[in-house]
Design a protein around this ligand. Structure first.
Ligand code: IMP
Ligand code: MG
Length: 220
């Protein structure tokens, strides 16, 4: 789904959203219901590609948790209502690269398992040749995904796919493209549906564009 640069979005008055964000947002870019419906279709596409393989879903925290949870739910439902049952494992990685609305040079990999443990686990998993799916909120510059995939390539996984809810239309056409994505969006800073601005707005259901007031209020 392509959202064009001149798409005005939906007025905030047409939907409900937490009162503590009144005055901090510009407009609704993607309402929650459309996110969920689109995710269901991605689940169907992924199911088709999985074939008879088992799947390991690797959720990229924190921003990916909503998309990952909904995607896993859809895959479960589709699988339950079909002839073949897909065995699924879920795991988590955490990366942090943003300060305010700027992508930072050095990337922190943190939380849960440290990277050495993680790569050990990955080599084990790839050895069993699962269908491996990374689940991400948004691909902006694509730098995060490149770092992650570079760390994994040495294990020569048979099947590794990346699903991202959003892809940002950056100025560079050579940018990284995930295997599955829900929406291609203009080069805007968006929040909601687990996407944050300095840890705020994850509790907003819709994907919205933050305004200058919101940026100033939550700047660190
Ligand atoms: P990239 O390395 O520029 O592709 O950005 C990767 C990460 O930055 C994403 O996983 C997000 O966590 C965060 N990010 C990028 N763009 C946005 C945005 O518009 N809103 C919130 N987070 C973003
Ligand atoms: Mg973030």
């Amino acid at each position: 789904v392509q959202i064009s640069d001149n798409w005005p979005g939906y007025s905030l008055d047409l939907f409900t959203y937490p009162q503590h964000y009144y005055g901090d947002l510009e407009y609704v870019l993607i309402p929650h219901g459309i996110i969920v419906d689109r995710t269901e279709r991605l689940a169907k596409d992924i199911m088709q590609d999985i074939g008879d393989n088992d799947i390991v879903v690797l959720c990229v925290l924190k921003g990916g948790y909503k998309f990952c949870a909904d995607l896993v739910e859809h895959i479960k439902n589709l699988s339950r209502n079909s002839e073949r049952f897909i065995s699924m494992k879920v795991d988590f990685v955490r990366l942090k690269s943003y300060h305010n609305d700027q992508s930072m040079q050095d990337m922190q990999i943190m939380g849960g398992d440290d990277l050495s443990k993680l790569t050990g686990k990955l080599s084990f998993v790839f050895h069993l040749c699962y269908f491996y799916l990374f689940c991400k909120d948004i691909v902006g510059t694509g730098r995060t995904m490149k770092v992650l995939l570079n760390n994994i390539e040495k294990y020569k996984p048979k099947m590794i796919k990346v699903a991202s809810l959003l892809v940002k239309r950056t100025s560079r056409p050579d940018g990284y493209r995930p295997d599955y994505y829900g929406f291609e969006i203009p080069d805007l800073f968006v929040v909601g549906y687990a996407l944050d601005y300095n840890e705020h707005f994850r509790d907003l259901n819709h994907i919205c564009v933050i305004n200058d007031h919101g940026k100033a209020k939550y700047r660190v």
